[in-house]
Design a protein around this ligand. Sequence first.
Ligand code: PMP
Length: 423
Amino acid sequence: SKTNAGMIERKNQAVARGVGLAHPLFIDSAKNATLTDVEGRKFIDFAGGIAVLNTGHLHDTVKQAVAEQLEKLSHTCFMVMGYEPYVAVCEKINALATGPSAKKSALFTTGAEAVENALKVARAHTGRTGVIAFGAGYHGRTLATLALTGKIAPYSSGMGLMPGDVYRALYPCEMHGISTEEAIASIERIFKFDAEACNIAAIILEPVQGEGGFYVAPKAFMAALREICDKHGILLIADEVQTGAGRTGTFFAMEQMGVEPDITTFAKSIAGGFPLSGIVGKADIMDSIAPGGLGGTYGGSPTACAAALGVLQVFEEEQLLDRAKVVGTTLRDYLTNLSQQHKVIADVRGLGAMIAIELIDEQGQPQPELTAKVVAKARDKGLILISCGLYGNVVRILVPLTVPDAQLQQGLDIISECFAELA
Ligand code: PMP
């Protein structure tokens, strides 16, 4: 029978080492918030496949939607012949997207592909090529998105410089000394020193930085960005690949930010584990590209769209936006209490159920080693966590919103035990 060690040996032989593995585990099956590895051991999943499983692993409704679709059709290529699920997903996303403007959408496969296409629309609409992105932002691993991703190691180490016309501004983060004013000033400096505003097509940001450490953009910052964009004819792109699909307590996080973005990207939890991404934006902007200029063989595939429709049904039937608020409050209260016992937990933050803790010692030094130890010990005790952050010192929680309360509590108790033993 298979073992984790045996599978890791096979992986090391067969898979390029650049494809890392955060945990030395191979998973055989999963249901809702429970994973079972190839040795039959069960784990509680607080990582959700990096924000993909807001409706849990293999939700019955999602499974059924995909199974029904598989009885009918798996592929035509939407650019060749249409099928209803694609249009139905776009209609629903248009209705859920932030702000009053009429919306249109287009579907793709991965988050990075959605970001790439947002850039294409912004270029076509503005006739400009420049983009402003933020330090510690994460937008993907393709070449254009790596250029936007504001962290070199490990994402682009050894790969040379990425495609140009990207300018880096500072993301506001009070706890690391960057005020909203300073972040805005960093954009004004770009206009002064690097690139005229009339050459910038878009400003792209995550409303809550995901990989970068779960830092929430202040509303005042969003308002200032919107103002800069309007003043200079620049598009505001909200990358909601990680924050979207209900994680933050609203379907899109921008709903809580007080401004309407021009284009929003989505992926991950939108289809509960099936590969689907997309962009939704103001209809006139989205129509900037002529027929044939957007697409991809598998973009918005019938099974992925069926899964997304299943996910959206689960959100309605189980009122998962409300559930996200409850899960978020539970996480925040528990971890805040824990931070009072362990000073190394310097911050508990997030939006809705997108919650993280940041580990910093009394001298103000980030604690990536302790973070790694907490993650490893939690795993040994049966809880899957993942870290993030520019300094690798943030433990982030992306537990399925469908997690049973008892299991949520069990996971939190494991985190508490880890700190009691390590900190
Ligand atoms: N944007 C954001 C905000 C993300 O968090 C991610 C994935 N972590 C991506 C884009 C890229 O998505 P994918 O890995 O599906 O290409």
